[in-house]
Write a protein that binds this ligand. Structure first.
Ligand code: SF4
Ligand code: MG
Length: 322
């Protein structure tokens, strides 16, 4: 059988902002030709700095945003242009967990209502949906007796468990998790990552797990894709990518991940990138990473590197290597 999810040349162009003089700026290509496959039960970590297009990509995958061009095939069906109505039979299999649990949960709804909502949409009776919501609370480590409480009565980590329970209500096959732990205390982050890892095994879920650094996705991912200015610059098996990153940007991100062994931590080189990522409204010519790249040569300023195979993964760099 084919992949669960197949993404080809996914692109999202937003209209340019209007300036004070009323003139419209150039369109912004937030996502520019993203392609990958995901197998059932597999996790792809999607990593990059803020503004690189990873959240926009995630929202397109679950069709909260309609792509400008490209295609999304889910379980063999092209869902790219389906209407909300045409999407309905697929909706239950495609769910999302959001970054900030408190702002993504309606403060005026009880947990029972929040978790039941996707089920009521699917035509469940209120009593069946409530029973299922209580089971899901138990599954994610919440106390089912708290089902009639409101989101503000829960800590950030507990609120994210509610968001996860809601995403699981319809027994989805794919969950896009958009930085699900980055708004949480560091002490709670590992608990939520461990919970998601356990749920994936027990429920045979596939995840696209979005994060801004490589340390968060290391545990959960089978493969990792690194994005920069709307494009994937390196994608491959987790182990190969962490042990021998081929793209200078991946190397820089990886050099910021703390090592558990203090001696190794003291020995390792830290690659500090110059400046912030350029604006996607005015991407640099050639390799868009060249203004910050320690390995940049003349060709990098003029020729855009395409993804190609290097060291058993795909890398978009004229001079890949570790
Ligand atoms: Fe650096 Fe050139 Fe590779 Fe871009 S193509 S990442 S500038 S070495
Ligand atoms: Mg984001």
């Amino acid at each position: 059988s084919g992949p669960l999810l197949s993404v080809r040349d996914l692109t999202m162009t937003f209209p340019g902002r209007r300036s004070a003089s009323g003139r419209r700026g150039a369109p912004v290509r937030a996502v520019d030709g993203v392609s990958f496959d995901l197998a059932a039960g597999e996790t792809l970590g999607l990593v990059g700095e803020s503004g690189c297009g990873k959240s926009t990509t995630g929202r397109m995958l679950v069709r909260l945003l309609e792509p400008t061009s490209g295609s999304i095939t889910f379980d063999g069906r092209d869902i790219t242009r389906l209407s909300q109505r045409g999407l309905r039979p697929h909706r239950r299999h495609l769910q999302m967990v959001f970054q900030d649990p408190h702002s993504s949960l309606n403060p005026r709804q009880t947990v029972a209502r929040i978790i039941s909502d996707p089920l009521l949409v699917q035509g469940w009776s209120a009593s069946d949906a409530r029973r299922r919501a209580a089971e899901l609370m138990d599954l994610v480590g919440l106390i089912p007796e708290h089902i009639d409480r409101y989101p503000h009565e829960f800590s950030g980590g507990q609120a994210q468990r509610i968001g996860i329970a809601r995403s699981l209500a319809t027994s989805p096959r794919l969950i896009v998790a958009d930085e699900p732990v980055s708004a949480l205390d560091v002490s709670v982050q590992a608990q939520i990552v461990n919970l998601m890892e356990r749920l994936r095994r027990e429920l045979d879920l596939a995840y696209v797990f979005i994060a801004h650094d490589l340390s968060v996705v290391k545990r959960v991912s089978d493969r990792v894709a690194v994005m920069y200015l709307g494009r994937i610059v390196e994608i491959g098996e987790k182990r190969a990518l962490y042990e021998s990153p081929q793209h200078p940007y991946t190397r820089a991100l990886l050099s910021a991940v703390p090592l558990p062994d203090p001696a190794a931590e003291r020995r390792r080189e830290r690659i500090v990138l110059l400046g912030d990522p350029p604006s996607p409204a005015a991407p640099p010519p050639g390799c868009t990473f060249h203004p910050r790249c320690p390995k940049a040569q003349d060709v990098c300023r003029t020729d855009r590197p395409l993804l190609r195979i290097a060291a058993s993964r795909e890398v978009a760099c004229h001079f890949p290597g570790d």
